[in-house]
Design a protein around this ligand. Structure first.
Ligand SMILES: *Cc1c(COP(=O)(O)O)cnc(C)c1O
Length: 351
């Protein structure tokens, strides 16, 4: 029995999801997004598992790129936030990292010395990082041969019919027309739903980890397999009386005499505190509901549907039996956040 909550990372599922991405965008090159410790799945083990099958990796910061290089990853690496100062530019150059340039000051920084290899990021409507779209081509020309690509990021790709997507696509086309450089626009959601957005490079993150990037579509419908399985042991089973309140605040009371289990995982381990009573967990082959408030290191579950459950038995919080999106929806968040949180806090094993 493992006492601690555990995130089991299945690298075969990761490779399967990568093939789903390849089949959906067969003509584009693919950079696997492994920022945020590969969305909680472990940046280095994930990168090692797929390095032979991707064209590049993308990370947020130069430090992440350096960590990949230190682990022996020799694929191209795109640093999505680029560099902040001359020291980072020099470190990135030395490690053959490709920097993004997303701000006029950053362009000046790169042009102050020998320009590092860089992709120009333009803002086509996301309103976050990116040079004004109409200045992207000029920035690329100023960088000259050092500019090896142009990218932009979508704000509403999870809703393929959203009119903002078409506007961003049109702006991207217009801003990059006549530029003889590889182009990239699609994250996971656009990769799976919008072939006109594939361009030369696709940038999947979430889908590689087996969660659905599209609202209203399940991962299973999209052919994706969850990579992380989060489990924790059942550490107590009580027979509670009708009317007995469960947990902090007594927000849930037993409607009848019934068994209530205690699972050794809580918000201190990255399980969302806002998951309400009724959020499913999976135990002994069945789904049962969480009851009461999630505590720091435990939560309670209604075991009426699983009277055969035993102390020590593993309970699945999400994974192949329970898509993380379902938990996220209950907790008012997104799968991305839950994967990152649990991955950062739980013991991980890679299979
Ligand atoms: C995180 C990120 C991605 C990957 O997005 P997913 O929705 O996880 O596929 C792609 N491009 C950029 C610029 C990102 O920041």
């Amino acid at each position: 029995m493992t006492r601690r909550p555990r995130a089991t990372i299945r690298l075969d599922a990761l490779r399967h999801n990568l093939q789903v991405a390849r089949r959906a965008a067969p003509r584009a090159r693919l950079m696997a997004v492994v920022k945020a410790d590969a969305y909680g799945h472990g940046m280095v083990p994930v990168a090692e598992a797929i390095a032979g099958e991707v064209d590049a990796f993308a990370v947020a910061s130069p430090g992440e790129g350096l960590a990949l290089r230190a682990a022996g990853i020799d694929r191209p690496i795109l640093v999505l936030h680029g560099a902040l100062d001359a020291g980072e530019v020099a470190a990135a150059r030395a490690a053959r990292l490709t920097l993004v340039v997303h701000h006029p000051d950053q362009l000046a920084l790169y042009l102050a010395g020998a320009a590092p290899e860089a992709w120009v990021k333009i803002d086509t409507g996301m309103g976050r990082l990116g040079l004004p779209a109409e200045t992207g081509a000029a920035a690329c020309r100023r960088l000259g041969a050092a500019c090896t690509g142009v990218l932009s990021h979508l704000a509403n790709a999870d809703l393929p019919g959203h009119p903002a997507n078409a506007r961003q696509l049109a702006r991207f086309r217009q801003a990059t027309a006549g530029l003889d450089r590889p182009r990239s626009l699609a994250n996971s959601a656009a990769l799976l739903s919008a072939p006109p957005m594939h361009f030369d490079w696709v940038r999947p993150g979430l889908m590689l980890y087996g969660a659905s990037p599209l609202q209203g579509r399940t991962a299973a419908e999209l052919g994706l397999r969850p990579v992380m399985r989060l489990t924790a042991p059942l550490i107590a089973i009580h027979r509670r009386r009708a009317g007995q309140a469960i947990g902090y605040g007594g927000t849930w009371t037993c409607p009848e005499d019934m068994p209530v289990g205690v699972v050794a995982i809580g918000y201190g381990d990255g399980y969302p505190r806002h998951a309400p009573s009724g959020t499913p967990v999976h135990v002994g082959g069945v789904e049962v509901p969480l009851v009461g408030r999630v505590s720091m290191d435990s939560l309670c579950i209604d075991l009426r549907g699983c009277p055969q459950a035993r102390i020590g038995e593993p309970v699945q919080l999400w994974g192949d039996d329970l898509p993380v999106e379902r938990i996220a929806e209950r907790a008012g968040t997104i799968g991305y956040e839950l994967l990152c949180a649990a991955g950062a806090r739980c013991e991980r094993v890679w299979r």
